[in-house]
Design a protein. Structure first.
Length: 477
């Protein structure tokens, strides 16, 4: 934390603008070595903070003193100043910055070479290359954000739909933190009362307290259970619905994938068994994200390679959140079709009767003899049925609509596990009340619940966990 760090904060691709971020106690000193104001009267020391300035970044180089002796590390100066780029520089004074430290952002031309050259000059001037997520990690360690808000930063960056973005922004705004803090405050109040009553029984009465506590625990448990119930929906919004397309060869599976992606991602031919292995794509279907795997056609085969593809398809299908079972409605159902219908029984599946542009011989009534799964009639070739598929999936997973704007959602497995621990601890308190245990027994489990919830927002977490979380961040964030 005593070191000054720097990194390229924008993507390493050619673009209009690139950003190099510097943060730490020596951020202004480092900038002073590499930046020359267009106005010669300005220096980094005499400009107001939270201002933007125009000038040039120069190639910082350690030179020799005029007497020919090499300067030491405390007497460095620039020799042969070479302009790298004309830039705008934002000078921001901590603690009112992203990291709560002195921060500089250099807006340069967005070429990978020029950005790397500026970063190299900044590093030679005394900064250290930042680790992935280190800027956000410093914001957390400096108390500007809690751990849920830090994790939401990466969720905002990686969000792939409007609903995922809304959910991430709610967390970034502190919705989960405020909820967790409220729960912890109520638990802490009960612990404090019990401890005070045990230490000072003359002024604090525990007569009838277990019954009062039990009623409060019921409310706490209900709120935690609602949070946990939101996880499945929140995870699907954040990560997408893992979807596997199943069907016989030539049922139209690859045509469906191409239709949903809007690109020719899968080879489509009249030859049965063209798709031998799975092909995975991410599809945005309205407000939904589907992580779709197109698989080999399901049929009995003596071809070893094709059989391996079929086995892989069945293995993926067992792990899927959703199965899209595609049937060729222009041909009668056969044994392979019936095997697929049997396989999807009891699973979350959507049956797609494809090739509605041809004369159909299979209708919903025929399918209903084997399955009660929802049915949508489509023509992947003619691009018909996309809206019906989206509406049906939304109904299956989100009861017709999403609730991002209505309630707090857990989207992180770490948060879920901590809530489950807190829930289990509070249930133990109720067990102690029912068993007539002394009040000091309650405090142990209440403290466990309090600590478990604290781990969600970053209290009582180990350094290893913090490092692991921020290691997943992109460089420069």
């Amino acid at each position: 934390m005593r070191e000054t760090i720097a990194a390229i904060a924008s993507g390493m691709t050619a673009s209009g603008i690139g950003i190099i971020r510097i943060s730490g106690p020596d951020a202004f000193r480092v900038l002073g070595k590499v930046f020359r104001f267009a106005n010669k009267n300005k220096t980094v020391e005499n400009v107001r903070p939270n201002t933007i300035h125009y000038g040039h970044i120069i190639d910082y180089e350690v030179g020799s003193r005029s007497d020919g002796q090499v300067s030491d590390t405390r007497n460095r100066y620039v020799r042969n100043e070479t302009v790298i780029d004309e830039v705008l520089v934002m000078i921001m004074k901590g603690p009112h910055t992203y990291t709560a430290e002195d921060t500089v952002e250099i807006d340069c031309h967005g070429g990978p070479f020029v950005m790397q050259k500026i970063l190299t000059s900044v590093l030679k001037a005394g900064a250290r290359a930042a680790e992935p997520g280190e800027f956000t990690k410093r914001a957390f360690l400096n108390g500007r954000i809690d751990l849920t808000e830090a994790e939401a930063v990466m969720d905002v960056i990686s969000s792939g739909s409007e609903d995922a973005l809304k959910s991430s922004l709610m967390q970034l705004d502190g919705s989960v933190r405020r909820k967790i803090e409220s729960l912890r405050e109520r638990i802490l109040t009960e612990m404090a009362y019990i401890e005070a009553a045990l230490d000072d029984p003359e002024h604090y009465d525990l007569e009838g307290y277990p019954e009062k506590l039990d009623k409060k625990l019921v409310n706490l448990l209900e709120e935690l259970e609602r949070l946990l119930a939101s996880f499945d929906e929140g995870k699907l919004i954040r990560e997408g619905i893992f979807t596997v397309i199943l069907g016989k060869p030539n049922a139209g599976k690859s045509s469906l994938l191409n239709y949903l992606t809007g690109e020719e991602r899968a080879i489509v031919t009249e030859i049965a068994g063209t798709t031998r292995d799975s092909l995975e794509e991410t599809v945005r279907l309205g407000g939904l994200i589907l992580r779709i795997a197109d698989t080999a056609g399901i049929r009995s085969t003596g071809d070893i390679i094709e059989k391996m593809g079929v086995d892989r398809a069945m293995s993926l299908a067992e792990k899927a959140d959703l199965l899209l079972a595609v049937f060729d409605s222009s041909r009668p159902l056969d044994g392979d079709d019936r095997e697929i219908l049997s396989f999807i029984s009891g699973k979350k599946a959507l049956i797609l009767l494809n090739k509605s542009d041809l004369e159909t011989v299979v209708d919903e009534a025929e399918i209903r003899k084997y399955s009660n799964a929802p049915i949508v009639v489509i023509s992947a070739k003619m691009n018909e049925g996309r809206e019906l598929i989206e509406a049906q999936i939304r109904e299956m997973f989100f009861r017709g609509k999403l609730h991002v704007n209505e309630e707090i959602m857990l989207t992180n497995v770490r948060h879920k596990e901590a809530c489950e621990e807190a829930l289990a601890s509070l249930r133990l308190v109720r067990d102690s009340i029912e068993s007539g245990m002394p009040e000091d027994f309650y405090v142990v489990d209440l403290m466990d619940a309090y600590a478990a919830l604290g781990r969600i927002i970053g209290e009582q977490v180990g350094e290893d966990l913090v490092d692991m979380i921020f290691a997943k961040f992109c460089m420069g964030k």
